[in-house]
Design a protein around this ligand. Structure first.
Ligand SMILES: NC(=O)c1ccc[n+]([C@@H]2O[C@H](COP(=O)([O-])OP(=O)(O)OC[C@H]3O[C@@H](n4cnc5c(N)ncnc54)[C@H](OP(=O)(O)O)[C@@H]3O)[C@@H](O)[C@H]2O)c1
Length: 276
């Protein structure tokens, strides 16, 4: 390793947003923390940086990970992807700290004020779309969005735009033809073309801002590949399936999920996907 690299170390993984959501009954949950656990159990030599908006939770996440992987190298940086100022501050720190990022997981996501349409549910039960309704939440889920201090739609800024600015700012650390980087977005099978419109890409007009933002994520990933593959950056999207986290518990209470879990399991094991 050259002295230059030692001075500004390589970062094997930057994990964006991994603070553990705390569920009252069963301790920590959240896809971010589970992914960090999995990454460390595969290779605890990776250097992990948790980028979180809430430092208190970030410290708890770090402690939880260190308790099972005591020798792991885990650092923290404060980034709120719902604020451009915070993204710029956080990425400035990262550029000072690291020379290169190998993997960037973009996992932060919100679904504010989710509502289930009972009418659409009953109608869907007796229609041909019943499987797709359970598998993707099509027509079932609506949200009430708001506007951030930056003047953007909250769901769009948090789920898509903040991450995009982050990538742009970290370009020098991500683009290296000798050592290509991977950007991995947590998208969703709830991403539907019908919820997205280029003339309203922030989804100001509709009530399916989450679905729209995830579709925008998928489009953005394709565009990133077009523009950045030749520079050594590769982007991909994943859907984690249906996972019980604070996001899911915001839609329905836990007892209800327990009740419908067998149906969801069956449906999700026929066509691939999750309702959120
Ligand atoms: N659960 C599922 O079944 C499912 C299915 C498909 C896709 N997904 C996607 O998976 C990802 C993780 O969700 P989850 O299910 O693990 O839900 P979660 O437990 O609510 O985790 C979401 C995380 O995003 C963070 N976050 C929200 N807004 C942020 C911001 N402005 N800046 C930085 N971090 C922010 C939250 O941080 P705080 O701790 O500070 O609140 C939270 O830790 C999301 O992108 C979600 O859309 C989930």
């Amino acid at each position: 390793m050259s002295s230059k690299v030692q001075a500004v170390p390589y970062l094997r993984t930057l994990y964006l947003q991994t603070t553990p959501s705390y569920k009252r009954t069963s301790g920590y949950c959240g896809i971010g923390l589970a992914l960090c656990e999995r990454l460390l159990s595969q290779n605890d030599q990776i250097r992990l940086c948790l980028a979180c908006r809430n430092m208190q939770r970030a410290v708890s996440a770090r402690s939880a990970l260190l308790s099972s992987h005591p020798s792991a190298d885990i650092s923290i940086v404060q980034i709120d992807v719902g604020s451009i100022k915070s993204v710029l501050q956080g990425t400035k720190i990262l550029k000072e700290r690291y020379k290169q990022i190998d993997y960037l997981y973009l996992n932060a996501g919100v679904m504010p004020n989710p509502q289930i349409s009972i009418k659409a549910f009953v109608k869907g039960l007796f229609s041909r779309k019943v499987l797709s309704m359970f598998a993707t939440g099509e027509g079932l889920l609506t949200q009430k969005d708001s506007v951030t201090k930056d003047g953007l739609q909250k769901v769009f800024e948090t789920n898509v735009f903040g991450h995009f600015i982050l990538i742009k700012e970290l370009e020098p650390l991500l683009c290296n033809l000798d050592n290509p980087s991977q950007v991995i977005w947590t998208s969703s099978s709830n991403a539907r073309r019908s919820a997205f419109s280029l003339s309203d890409y922030q989804h100001k007009e509709g009530q399916e801002s989450y679905s729209s933002s995830k579709y925008a994520t998928d489009l953005l990933s394709v565009a990133l590949n077009r523009h950045y593959n030749t520079k050594g950056l590769f982007s991909s999207v994943v859907c984690p399936g249906l996972v019980m986290t604070n996001l899911t518990y915001g839609i329905l209470p836990s007892f209800f999920w327990t009740l419908i879990m067998p149906v969801m399991w069956l449906v999700n094991n026929l066509p691939k996907g999750s309702p959120i």
